[in-house]
Every structure is written in C-alpha cells, then in structure tokens.
Design a protein around this ligand. Structure first.
Ligand code: C2E
Ligand code: MG
Ligand code: MG
Length: 711
C-alpha cells in the first residue's frame, strides 16, 4: 500500500457513515476542496474500502450497524500501511467516554457532531498536511537509520535539566543493547565501556560541562559475550543564555573494523613476521622513548646487542626452515626468560623497570633495559642470556647447540642518541666475537677507536691496489739436511701513504671481512709468479715460491682456474709454486675442497697446510687430501727447547707428517738451538728470523747464490 502519492496527485478521503445525508454533506464539502472521496456505510465496508483505496484520511462515524467506528479504526490500524493514514472519528459533543475510546482505538483526532461544515474543510486540509509531514519525517528517519546502520553510527542526546537521555536505535545496536521501551540511561551504556576506560570518559564529560570543551575519544566496549568493540565518540554541549549547560549531544561510531585493519598494518610495519617480536622500527622507537625518559629523570639505559655465533653454518647445514625454526625457538626462549626473569627485575629500579626484546633481522636480537639501577646489572642480564642459549634446542629431532655474542652500550656514558648507541653496541658485539665468541663485552672508547681505525683502513685498502701500494716481501726457507735454500714464502706488505709499511695482521683480517682479500690475493699470486719467473730468467733459481691463500679465495673464486691462468700469463712452471692453505680453510665443506685440491694437484702445484696445529684437522681428511707439506706453526716452535710439551707436539707432528708422506716446514725459527732440535727430529725445512726476516725481492736475491749453505 503506497500512501506516498506522487506530488500533485489528489489525496483520497474515505467517508464512513450509515447516515446517507451526513455522507452526502461531507462529500460535497470535501469535493469542493479538490479531494478524491470514497464512501462506506458501516465499519465492515469501511475496512474493505480502506484496503482497496489506501486513503490518506478517514472520516468515520462512531455509531454504525454491523461494525462500529472504534472497531473499524482499530482494524484499520492493524492493516498493512494502516499506521500512515489519519483517522478522524466523529462523536457526540459531550461524549467524553467515546473520545477516550477513540484515541485508545488509534484515532488521530475527533470531531464532534453536529459538524461545523465550514470548519471541516480546514480541519481536513490541516490533517492531510500534517499527515504528509509526518510521513516525510518517517521517511527521512528511515533513511537516516539505514545510513547510520551502514556507517555503524549512532547518536544520543542528553537533556541535562530533565536528566533524560535519548539514544538512536543504532546506538543501542552498537552497544549490544535492546531498546526495551524504558527511558535510556547513561549508566546502562557506561556499564558496557571497558572498566579501564570509564574513568577517562567521565572525566571528559565533566570537563565538557565545566570548561565547555567538546571532546572526541576512542574507547573500547565489552559485550556480554566478551567480544570487544572499538568506539569513536564525538560530543558537543549546548549552553543556555545564562551560560549553563542545557544539553549534550554525541555521536558514536563503531570503528572496530578500522582499528583491526590498522592493527594488522601496524603489526606488519612494527613486528617481525617470523618471531612476532618487535622489529627494528619499533625497537628504535622504544629506544628513543626510553632515552627521552632517561634524559628527563636522569636514569640509565642499557642496550644489549646479541648476534648468534655461526648461525650461518646452522642455516647451511640444516637448511633454512630449520634455521627459521631455531630463530623462533630462541625468540620464545628469550622472551619467556625476560618476562619471568627476576634477574631483569633486579637489574632495574623497581618503579621504572623496563625491558624489551626485538629482532633486528637475521640472527640479531636486541634487549633494551630501562631504569637501570646499576650499570653492571646489564652484565648479569647478558650472562643470563648466554646461559640460556647454552641449552640445547631441539630442531626436527636434532639437538642443536648455539651460542651468542653480546655487545652492551650504556646511556648516557656511551652515547647520547640511538644511532651512536647502536653503532657502539655493534662494535662491542664484534669485540665479543673476536675475543672468542659466547661472551659479552661492554663498549669502551678504546674499542671505538679501533673500530674507527678499522674503518679508515678499509677505506684506504680499497684504493691500495689501484695505487700500487701493495708489495711482496720474501722469506727464505732452508732445507735442514743440506742447509741450502729450498724456497721462499711471499708475504704481502702495504706501503701506506701515511702510516708507512704495514704488516699483514693490520689489514688482512679487514680484507677478509670485506671481501677485498679476493682481489688482493689475486694480485699477490700474480706478482709472486711474475717475480719468480723474472728471477729464473735472470739466472737465479729459487727452487719454490710459497703463496698464502685465504679461505675466502677458496670459497669465492674458482681457485684452480685462477692458478692455471696466472701460470699461463707469467710462464712459471706449476711445480715451482706452493699454495699455503690454512687448516680452517680446508676443513670446511670438505667435498668441495677435495674437488678443488684435486684440480690444483692436477695442474701440478704444491699444496701446503699453513699454521698447522692451531686449527682442527681431521686425520681422515689429511689422508684424503692431495697435500705435500705441513707448516708447523710458530707457536709450537717458539718453546721447543724449553717446554717439553711443545717438544713432544713437534715430534708428534713430524712423525704424523712422515706417515702421511708429507714434507714438514717449521715456522718462526729464531735460535740455533731450535734449529738443531728440528734437525735432530728430522724436520725437513725451516724458515725464521734465525736465517732472515721477510725482505724485499732485491734483498732476498742474495740467498739465491748457487749451492750456498747457510750454516
Ligand atoms: P704465515 O703464512 O704463517 O706467515 C708467517 C709469518 O710469520 C710472517 O708474518 C712472517 O714474517 C712471520 N715470521 C717468520 N719467521 C718468524 C720468526 O722467526 N719470528 C717471528 N716472530 N715471526 C716470524 P707476516 O708477514 O706478518 O704475515 C703474517 C700472516 O699474514 C701470514 O702468516 C699469513 O697468514 C698472512 N699473509 C701474509 N701475506 C699474505 C698474503 O699474501 N695473502 C694472504 N691471504 N695472507 C697473507
Ligand atoms: Mg704462510
Ligand atoms: Mg704460518
């Protein structure tokens, strides 16, 4: 039933009366008002007409046969769309009881008999207009309600004088309440607000009324089933002429979906997906916040930088998913211990204790301690972390042991801002690694100085090759039976423009860290072979030239093809070249190493294990590799004449080498006694200061005099 007739269409009025004359008069009056008129002679007929014609207005007599006006009125109201029509009952003048009954039956209005005809048309027009306005209002209310439903928006008004609250249907719905017909109460809604947030809302309301401050606030509500919703509320207050608050108005919006997606975005931006820990971004924010507080109240902050030792090896051997699992396990374990650890609690001042754990990426974690009581308490936390890491972790049925190295910086003593603190913690962590891993180190200025120096060397070293600042020194190697020259070892030097001649331990470790060693090593190999060839062409004949090879060259380069190419371009025969490889270089990735060594052996070069005895050699590998020489490390040679243990070790190494068919060269021979001892033990060759320090190419030439014996 459509009562919203298009504009300009005539309204329909239904006249109901059993008195024909009365009906006629009414009709004539209404037709004169340009209305469409329908008629019925009693209540029952009226109901049928009502359904058929959907009138805008019904003018109905009360007393009628078959069905009276009250019953018909009530019946009409029950019909679909029956609420929208105006129903006017026509009663006797002083029949007050009828008037009351008319309203009870749902009548809009009444008029009394005898009807005042001139007035009737005005009354009818007014009622039609009011009906239209009423319908428009209902329509816009419906529209508003739909819009509010879509937007999850509700509203409320509070009449302060009357202390009555109105709440929209949508507001009830958002708060999970039923509009039960009783007046809305502020308390009912406030009860739904999360207990932690009630106080601040009441506070805001108070301020709004006192200080005339409209407010907006986000808070949480808790529904009876325990689910939480996020609400954004905005209010305003209307004040009377005397400045007193008259009413307050507010909108509430359900912003749960928005907050949830913001949370998700925030999680992605601020947390590490693998471990769920705060990531670098959030960590930096935490630090900044902590520094701000510490600066204000003069407290101390410690920053612990943890890097797992040899994590890469775990990744390489067990695979990346095992590596991931391990990181997750470690994250859980660290987080648990930090949460429950009373060590952390004791380390911090009771009132401002704070600790937060983050993962910076890879195998790097950071722990921030705020409100630190004593600086050295950070050490206790570090110690606890190391102990924790020393427990085996089960990954895919396998017990994995990890350790970590920790660097610690303190605010304010080690730095004023997060960048410096982080950099210094990193420096301290590297220092911990260098001093044997599985330990922690506090940052010190000395360390910083060294780090700066290293950085300087790194920068300069990059240019050293281009500027031809590298050169080779040579150290003679003497045959212990004949006393004649057996070979020379090429040892790199750096003629630094400012610092002068630099020994390899100043820059080779940095070159290895930065990968520059690959280029440097290539240059050394080429230069040594070129020099050897030049000597041969000049008629000198150093029997053999030793060149040190870094483990990185072994891994990163195709060493065999490099050697082949260098020998080809310089023209040196392979048998004159000996490559010195450290134990640690050849004991990694044994399968690959075996291939490379075999390939090198095919080329015809000699292969020596350098600094033998300082690393971990597996006998079975030593047997498997095509080696020629063991170079006994200087540290064993040093005390052979005074320390029986060292003497015993040297004897064992020489015996071992003999059984494997390898030549032995003792390094670092400085005295005649050492030399004699080695001769007695039938060590094959020696090198050391006793004969000569490493010297320039030109200087070493004096050792080439044919057949000269050196003792
Ligand atoms: P290394 O291969 O074990 O070399 C022997 C080192 O012992 C040389 O130090 C040599 O000067 C020193 N030495 C020789 N005899 C004595 C002695 O009687 N007493 C004492 N106290 N020392 C002696 P250098 O030249 O400083 O080289 C140190 C290390 O640097 C070498 O140890 C080697 O591992 C590395 N290295 C040198 N040149 C190169 C290179 O071209 N490439 C690579 N990758 N590493 C190199
Ligand atoms: Mg060497
Ligand atoms: Mg050596």
């Amino acid at each position: 039933m459509n009562r919203n007739r298009p504009a300009g269409e005539q309204p329909v009025v239904l006249i109901v009366d059993d008195d024909d004359v009365q009906r006629l008069l009414m009709r004539e009056t209404l037709l004169a008002c340009n209305l469409l008129v329908e008629e019925a002679a009693d209540g029952r007929e009226a109901l049928a007409q009502f359904e058929r014609t959907s009138p805008d207005l019904v003018l109905m007599d009360v007393k009628m046969p078959r069905m009276d006006g009250f019953t018909a009125c009530a019946g009409m109201r029950r019909l679909a769309g029956g609420q929208d029509a105006a129903i006017v009952l026509v009663t006797g003048l002083d029949d007050f009881e009828s008037i009351q009954r008319a309203f009870d039956a749902g009548a809009t209005d009444f008029i009394t008999k005898p009807v005042n005809w001139p007035l009737l048309s005005h009354r009818v027009r007014y009622l039609l207009r009011a009906g239209q306005a009423f319908r428009n209002l209902r329509r816009s209310e419906r529209r508003l309600s739909i819009a509010q439903h879509i937007a999850g928006l509700g509203n409320w008004d509070w009449d302060i004088d009357k202390d009555s609250v109105y709440c929209s249907e949508q507001m009830y719905r958002i708060f999970g309440l039923e509009p039960d017909g009783t007046p809305a109460s502020y308390k009912k809604f406030l009860d739904r607000v999360h207990p932690e947030e009630r106080e601040s809302i009441l506070d805001l309301v108070h301020k709004a009324l006192q200080a005339r401050q409209p407010y907006r606030i986000d808070y949480r509500i808790v529904l009876p089933d325990g689910t939480c919703r996020n609400i954004h509320e905005q209010t305003d207050v209307v004040f009377g002429a005397a400045g007193n608050p008259v009413s307050m108005h507010g909108t509430v919006q359900d912003i749960t979906a928005r907050i949830n997606s913001e949370e998700k975005i925030r999680f992605l931006a601020y947390y590490d997906a693998l471990t769920g820990l705060p990531n670098r971004q959030l960590f930096l924010e935490h630090v900044n916040q902590a520094l701000f507080t510490a600066q204000r109240d003069g407290s101390k902050v410690a920053l612990l930088y943890l890097d797992l030792d040899r994590f890469k090896r775990i990744n390489d051997t067990l695979g990346h998913s095992a590596g991931d699992k391990l990181l997750q396990e470690i994250a859980i374990c660290l987080a648990d211990s930090i949460r429950s650890s009373d060590i952390v609690a004791k380390a911090c001042l009771p009132c401002k204790a704070g600790v937060s754990l983050s993962r910076l990426g890879g195998d790097e974690f950071t722990i921030l301690l705020t409100g630190l009581a004593e600086e050295d308490h950070a050490a206790r936390v570090a110690q606890r972390i190391l102990e924790l890491l020393s427990q085996p972790i089960n990954i895919a049925g396998q017990e994995v042991y990890v350790s970590g190295s920790l660097g610690i910086t303190l605010y304010p003593s080690d730095g004023e801002d997060v960048d410096i603190l982080m950099r210094n913690a990193d420096v301290a962590m590297y220092h911990a690694k260098e001093s044997g891993r599985n330990s922690f180190q506090f940052f010190s200025d000395h360390m910083n100085h060294r780090a700066m120096e290293k950085l300087g060397i790194e920068t300069d070293l990059k240019r050293a090759l281009e500027r031809n600042e590298l050169l080779l020194y040579y150290q003679p190697q003497i045959d212990l039976t004949t006393g004649r020259l057996a070979g020379v070892e090429a040892l790199v030097r750096w003629q630094h423009p400012a610092s002068g001649m630099m020994k390899p331990d100043m820059f080779i470790p940095i070159a290895e860290e930065t990968g520059l060693i690959v280029d440097i090593g290539q240059w050394v190999l080429h230069e040594a072979c070129r020099q050897a060839m030049q000597w041969r062409q000049a008629g000198f004949a150093p029997p053999r030239i030793g060149v040190n090879i870094s483990s990185l060259q072994f891994k990163k380069q195709s060493l065999a093809s490099l050697v082949r190419q260098v020998l080809q371009t310089t023209g040196l025969e392979a048998r004159f070249l000996e490559l010195e490889l450290t134990e640690s270089a050849i004991m990694q990735n044994v399968d690959d190493v075996t291939d490379t060594l075999n390939e090198l052996k095919e080329i015809g070069v000699n292969l020596a294990v350098d600094d033998f005895g300082t690393g971990y050699s597996s006998m079975s590998y030593l047997k498997r590799f095509p080696l020629d020489t063991l170079k006994i490390d200087r540290s064993f040679v040093m005390d052979i004449t005074t320390d029986p243990n060292d003497a015993a070790i040297i004897m064992a190494i020489i015996a071992l080498a003999k059984s494997l068919g390898l030549r032995t060269i003792a390094e670092g021979v400085e005295t005649k006694e050492q030399l004699q001892f080695l001769q007695e033990q039938e060590c094959d060759e020696m090198q050391g200061f006793f004969i000569s320090r490493p010297v320039s190419a030109q200087t070493v030439e004096r050792f080439f005099v044919a057949n000269e014996k050196f003792w």
